[in-house]
Design a protein around this ligand. Structure first.
Ligand code: PXL
Length: 267
């Protein structure tokens, strides 16, 4: 029987529905892709900040992924919060056995409101084990600095590619200095795609004067959805950025804190 393309997200839960696997599933659905999930962590947070979280045991996460991959023809995998070093290892071991499935890795370190979602050990193992398995990684600028261990932003992209990520999309949504933030209108968001052919392509997206929760998850999930629909990497990135621009432009604050991208936006 015919069915939509299938994406799997390996991610943590955000009860407010703004980020994490809830963001991934709404993005998949909006983009016409069936969403499968492996839950890695249960966070307790509101639209302002993370209050607490529990991480599931690595064995339970591995089971969710393995049972699903044995049953469903998953066309792309998106990875978000993994929560523990053991989980990074377990996920890397499984991905290494499925080299034909494209992987979009969002190296989640902090929540939109600033709360830590990854330990130093998680960052180190992500660097060593997951980067070499990723079709594309989507770090924001603080994540790119931490993963590459480079102070010079001009070196982040190529360093991350040298560590094994096939393509690197460094997102500039977090990059405003205080002086830039005072400018009116605000400077655009600049994303840089370091491609596997060694070339870099720069994209400018409009910036809105709000702090967003779930934008990194949404972009990475949209790239995975377009890959599952059969796009090559660069067209998938371009279409995902177009979707993000619409979602951000019609974003809203569902609670008392940050805005979320409007993933229900018409396309
Ligand atoms: O956007 C990063 C992120 C990923 N995963 C979970 C989150 C967040 C941000 O808040 O809550 C579960």
């Amino acid at each position: 029987m015919h069915h939509p393309p299938i994406c799997m997200t390996i991610a943590g839960s955000d009860p407010g529905g703004g980020a994490g696997l809830q963001a991934d599933l709404t993005t998949f659905t909006r983009l016409g892709v069936h969403g499968a999930t492996a839950v890695t962590a249960i966070t307790v947070q509101d639209t302002r900040n993370v209050i607490d979280f529990d991480v599931l045991p690595a064995r339970r996460i591995a089971q969710q992924i393995e049972v699903t991959l044995a049953d469903l023809p998953v066309s792309a995998i998106k990875i978000g919060m993994l929560g523990s070093a053991e989980n990074v290892t377990a996920v890397a071991d499984i991905l290494a056995r499925h080299p034909h499935i494209p992987v979009v890795l969002d190296p989640v370190m902090v929540a939109g409101g600033g709360g830590a979602l990854a330990t130093e050990a998680v960052v180190d193992l992500t660097r060593e084990r997951l980067l070499p398995l990723a079709t594309v990684i989507t770090p924001n600028t603080p994540e790119a600095a931490r993963l590459s261990r480079h102070e010079d932003p001009a070196r982040w992209g190529e360093t991350l590619r040298a560590l094994g990520a096939r393509n690197v999309l460094i997102t500039g949504g977090h990059a405003l200095s205080e002086a830039e933030a005072r400018q009116n209108p605000q400077p655009p968001i600049v994303n840089e795609l370091y491609r596997e052919d060694g070339h870099m392509r720069r994209f400018e997206l409009p910036r809105l004067p709000f702090s967003f929760h779930g934008s990194g998850c949404t972009l990475a999930a949209a790239i995975a959805a377009f890959l599952a629909r059969g796009r090559d990497l660069e067209p998938a990135v371009i279409e995902a950025q177009g979707f993000m621009t619409d979602a951000i432009a019609s974003g809203y604050a569902p609670g008392k804190g940050q805005h979320v991208p409007n993933r229900l936006c018409p396309q």
